[in-house]
Write a protein that binds this ligand. Structure first.
Ligand code: UDX
Length: 433
């Protein structure tokens, strides 16, 4: 099948590359010449394990192309995917500027039977509006399919090639059949292809992310209560998780969720609810709990140092909002850095891949250390924000040698508190005993 992929961000690039890998002829198009040049040179502008090799292989095989020309990408295509960003606007709702520009540019060049597939996360009602807009501009009925993505950064290729389900929203069955064929190579293990109405598919994406965000805010609040009453959240997690109705997944307490999806999708769905005069008390609370949780390490440090950070140096391990990505969008570490700097502390940071992105924000206000142990030299305490694997079994002796005091505030509960006490550390996690 010949496919056009509009937008070479995270979703577009992964989706386009994986479709090429399954034998389709994919042209990815982006208005950013620099990005396209990079991709043409075999370089991938984002950090995603395995993606560079896959891009190179498919480009060399002549199945994956990159261009800035929309008309070149769309010509003869059977499907035109829209995967441009819909970042959060000032009022919490999605900023749809780039998206509508693409729809309007597509209209005059769309081949007759080409299906427009919307991958971007868009407010409920957008797909129907796209269908109407295309009818207005082209004078004919164009098939518009909502096809939400459920990729996780850091394992996007695996998520794409082994999805739990594929969801499409359609107005009539025929385009769903085309999409089913396209996804067939990835649904070999009897995972379902779910076809539904446009609005239901749009809601599915938001509800999935909001449910997951709710689990995280819930367990974070429970961990804070555990801290208060002297219970251990890990024991409680085990205690509840064996109930199959609750389960174990996505119930790890931490410093709050970040990234490009959860924070913006929770607020966007709240905005959708408000627009339909539905009060979204749950969603508002999930967001509020999460914002508070991003300050949890700072509060613990503040309590320990009795509110006095003058002359203090704090080391931070982990800046990305989660491991295996260099993404720092809405990362809790940024909130901690801001709070520490505002209190006059000196900040030394280490992250395996996200330091360049953080440098663009803080410049020389903080120092960056390629070596995780060097980051600790002369620091009064270590605060851990991201559960990178390289932090899981560190050289504890070297850590206590480099820190001026053996103090660790762990926002990801990486270590056993009893063992840490044996190692001579003052160790505090999130809801740990
Ligand atoms: C998420 C969804 O998982 C994915 O399906 C959707 O398409 C996009 O949004 P992503 O943002 O890549 O993916 O990250 P994810 O791995 O889901 O983690 C999100 C955040 O939740 C991270 O900040 C992570 O640290 C946090 N988290 C996750 C917890 O704090 N505790 C958990 O138990 C799980």
């Amino acid at each position: 099948m010949k496919i056009a992929m509009v937008g070479t961000g995270y979703v577009g690039l992964v989706t386009g590359t994986c479709f090429a890998e399954s034998g389709n002829d994919v042209t990815c198009v982006d208005i950013d010449q620099k990005k396209v040049d990079m991709l043409l040179g075999g370089e991938v502008p984002i950090y995603e394990p395995g993606l560079t090799e896959l891009v190179k292989r498919n480009a060399q095989a002549g199945r994956l192309h990159f261009t800035t020309q929309l008309s070149e990408a769309v010509a003869d295509s059977q499907c035109a995917f829209i995967a441009v960003g819909t970042p959060q606007g000032d009022d919490g709702s999605a900023n749809m500027g780039a998206f509508w520009k693409v729809v309007d540019s597509l209209a005059p060049i769309l081949p007759d039977d080409c299906i427009v597939v919307v991958k971007s996360t868009v407010p409920v009602g957008t797909n129907r509006a796209v269908s109407e807009r295309l009818r207005e501009l082209t004078g004919r009925v164009c098939d518009v399919v909502s096809n939400p993505e459920f990729l996780k950064e850091g394992c996007a290729i695996d998520d794409f090639t082994k999805p739990d389900r594929v969801v499409v929203g359609v107005e009539r069955p025929e385009p769903a059949e085309v999409l089913k064929e396209l996804y067939k190579p990835f649904l070999r293990t009897e995972k379902p292809f779910l076809s539904m109405g446009l609005e239901s598919a749009e809601m599915t994406k938001y509800v999935a992310n909001c449910m997951l965000a709710t689990k995280i805010s819930f367990i974070n609040e429970m961990a804070n209560v555990c801290d208060g009453v002297g219970a251990d959240i890990n024991d409680v997690r085990r205690g509840i998780g064996h109930d199959a109705r609750i389960g174990f997944s996505f119930l790890f307490p931490g410093v709050g969720y970040g990234g490009s999806c959860f924070p913006k999708d929770v607020r966007a769905l709240a905005a959708v609810a408000a627009a339909h005069k539905v009060e979204s008390q749950m969603l508002d609370s999930v967001d509020k709990v999460n914002q508070a949780q991003k300050t949890v390490l700072f509060s613990k440090l503040q309590r320990y140092f009795e509110g006095d950070f003058s002359g203090r140096t704090i080391a931070i391990w982990g800046l990305a909002f989660k491991p295996r990505t260099d993404d720092i969008r809405e990362a809790p570490a940024l909130v901690l850095i801001d709070q520490l700097l505002a209190e006059g502390a000196t900040v030394r940071v280490h992250d395996p891949v996200a330091m360049d992105n953080v440098k663009q924000i803080y410049g020389d206000k903080i120092t960056y250390w390629e070596d995780q142990y060097a980051a600790l030299e002369g620091a009064d305490a270590l605060a851990i924000n991201t559960e990178w694997n390289e932090f899981r079994n560190p050289k504890f002796d070297l850590m206590s040698k480099n820190l001026t005091q053996p103090i660790i505030f762990d926002g990801r509960n990486l270590y056993d508190p009893a063992k840490m006490r044996d190692h001579g550390f003052h160790y505090e996690g999130i809801g740990l005993r």
